[in-house]
Design a protein around this ligand. Structure first.
Ligand code: ADP
Length: 372
């Protein structure tokens, strides 16, 4: 069992005065796989390092299993950390690298052997135990680094961009390995990445950070479907959500978004949120994901009665199961991720519709979501 509580955690680097993390609050439950994601410099590693005890907490409280950890030495926190650069000892074999931490803790030899062999089996490293790190591939070295953490049977597993040194194919492979490992071990894991695909595929919950401030903590599905602000909406999802400036027009309990020459009638719940929020007559930022824009010559939404718009296709990309159409519309560069049966070609003026249920609307100034 290992739950983690972060309560008003802040970190200011005294020398530079950088406020790296501000008021981080979260309850992490036993066995969760938590991802910290966000652009470089947003405070992910700093938060992870504070949990590990490698960085002092400026203010706030950190609890593991209800016990205050602020002043507890890293070695006494029962946490294992896997770093980006693996930090393996080059002169030691795989076995020795994995056994090292156990030896330090004066575990009997026979027990060390048993633990290392068990971890090697889990990680498919049995045949490499006598090799030195330089005789291993990047993926194997990564597994040794994990093995070194697993043998200690820690309460919590922390990983800081563990896949960033691997090539694209290996990253995907290791990603599934890590997911399997989490299922098998059932240990609470916290994983730092700047890669939103890694975040979406691995996390049971994701923490999106920006400039040291937590933006949203949610399941992958909820982050994608109900982003709390413009930043999260743009950060999660690839290709990213399309954004436009539109004007809200309301009459009675109905509301429309006016986008250039087009009027988009909003579904009841969204109209209500805009009207009650006092946005009638005001400019807002409208967002729509590429897959919620469909060329009207395709099967899927050809019958959708909502407003049909037109724009000229600049780029056509066939990805096999789908087509990306790029065009310029109402002053924005727009991507539609549409069905492969579209006949649209570069230079064509195509008709397309939006799935109005999937429209997101944000306050133009605060960038907070209005409609979710
Ligand atoms: P991330 O992991 O999201 O890339 P970091 O947690 O490494 O971000 O950094 C957050 C902020 O703190 C950045 O502005 C970074 O420059 C600053 N920072 C990180 N480590 C130190 C340090 N040891 N001393 C001073 N500033 C630091």
């Amino acid at each position: 069992m290992s739950s983690i509580t972060l309560k008003n955690i802040c970190k200011t680097y005294e020398d530079s005065g950088v406020k790296a993390v501000q008021d981080f609050n979260m309850e992490i439950e036993d066995k969760e796989f938590i991802i910290f994601v966000g652009p470089s410099g947003c405070g992910k590693s700093t938060t992870l390092r504070m949990i590990a005890g490698l960085e002092e907490i400026s203010s706030g409280e950190l609890y593991i299993d209800g016990e205050l950890m602020n002043e507890v030495e890293p070695k006494d926190r029962d946490i294992a950390m896997v770093f980006q650069n693996y930090a393996l000892y080059p002169h030691m074999t795989v076995f020795e690298n994995m056994a090292f931490g156990l030896k330090l803790h004066k575990i009997p030899k026979a027990e060390i052997k048993e633990k290392v062999e068990k971890a090697a089996k889990v990680l498919d490293l049995q045949d490499y135990l006598d090799r030195k790190p330089k005789a291993l591939s990047g993926g194997q070295r990564q597994r040794v680094a994990m093995g070194r953490a697993i043998v200690r049977n820690p309460k919590v597993f922390l990983m800081d961009e563990p896949l960033s040194n691997l090539d694209a194919k290996l990253r995907v492979q290791m990603r599934t390995e890590i997911a399997k490992l989490h299922n098998r071990l059932g240990t609470t894991m916290i994983y730092v990445t700047h890669d939103q695909t890694e975040a979406m595929t691995l996390g049971t919950r994701i923490v999106v950070m920006k400039d040291g401030i937590v933006q949203q903590i949610d399941t992958p599905h909820n982050l994608y479907a109900y982003p709390c602000n413009l930043f999260v909406a743009g950060f999660i999802g690839s290709p990213q959500m399309n954004f436009f400036t539109a004007t809200c027009q309301a009459e009675g309990d109905k509301a429309k978004l006016i986008l250039g020459d087009y009027e988009i009638e909003l579904p009841e719940a969204k109209a209500k949120a805009l009207i009650e929020g006092g946005y009638a007559g005001k400019e807002v930022t409208m967002g729509i994901r590429p897959e919620d824009l469909h060329a009207t010559d395709t099967q899927v939404l050809a019958t959708n009665p909502s407003c049909e718009m037109h724009a000229e296709v600049n780029v056509y990309e066939l990805l096999g199961s789908e087509v990306f159409l790029y065009f310029n519309f109402c002053g924005a560069n727009v991507i539609a991720r549409t069905e492969p049966d579209t006949k649209a070609q570069v230079g064509d003026n195509v008709g397309f519709v939006m799935d109005v249920d999937k429209i997101h609307v944000f306050d133009k100034d605060t960038e907070v979501t209005i409609t979710n």
